[in-house]
Design a protein around this ligand. Sequence first.
Ligand code: V47
Length: 356
Amino acid sequence: MDVADRLDAGERLSFDDGIRLFEAPDLLAVGWLANRERERRHAGDTFFNHNIRIEATNVCVASCLFCAFARLKPGDPGAYTMSLEQVWDKLRQRQDQSVTEIHVVNGLHPDLPFSYYLELLQGFKRIRPDVHLKCFTAVEIAFFADLYGMSDKQVLLELRDAGLDSLPGGGAEIFAERVRRKISHDKCGTERYLAIHRTVHRLGMRSNVTMLYGHIETPAERLDHMLRARDLQDDTGGFQAFIPLAFHPDNNQMRKLPAPTAADTLRVHAVARLLLDNIPHIKAFWIATGVDVAQAALWFGADDLDGTVHEERIYHMAGARTPEGMTTNEIGRLIRAAGRRPIERDTLYNVLSVPV
Ligand code: V47
């Protein structure tokens, strides 16, 4: 039975089906199937939110080969760590805007006290009690637990008490051991990443899961990654979105590799939509894919574009030529220009507005 027949029969796709989808010469046929799934779930609706990205420090003890953002030690050229006041100012500067989410991703800083992170969250909620705090990857949670001598769950509980609402999906990279050992050998491993998301879900919070693709991973390793996310989701149902992240090769130790092609990006989004039958949203992170390809991805399985972002650093230090942020009007316009219907959502996918 071929993949299309299995989908017609309502069957769940297997690893082998995924390989067929990656190998199929007819990209448009793969996209057509993914688009059909997307439209079954969301019709033409395309979600985005009004968020800001804050990276409070780029000091990081890990040395991931793909990263252009991190600096090993405080005082190294280009290293920075914001004071809490500087971080809070990023939100205060947008007091007149309807920002609904703050997405924080930091380096793994060896010297900051845990109170820095707790106060960071408390301060955001003081300034804006209704803002959703999507902060710290599972890799950061694991790092805090080891550094401050706590369990992963204790860290999460204390952060939640301080205002944490959900976890972003960063730090997943590629789950397969062969790749992880090469590209990010000195940070939290796959089992712990997944265990932390499991705990997050058990505590009643939501999270996302990402996949960094287009470097040294094989199609089989991409599928292994997707299926591990699918297995966890079968148990918990706590992932909201799967986010393929296109590798950017500038200013990092993998700079000899080419960036993934647009065709590959479209296929990855399509295969994710078809394999991940239990994850509601496939996000095309426009900062990573580029705006044009993100628009096309909306016909290849993706139904979400992340958000306005503002001041993104991780991709721009790795060579992204996308804008560093957009207004909600601009995102609405580009979704409409792609032939889809923009829907402004909050982090938990409650509909806030349908721009006219
Ligand atoms: O984990 C770092 C990736 C991630 C590069 O949860 C790179 O809603 C490509 O996870 N080329 C952080 N990718 C960003 C992230 C994210 C983004 C948007 C939405 C959400 C969400 C999460 O960025 C890292 C890593 O996988 N990354 N450097 C690079 N050179």
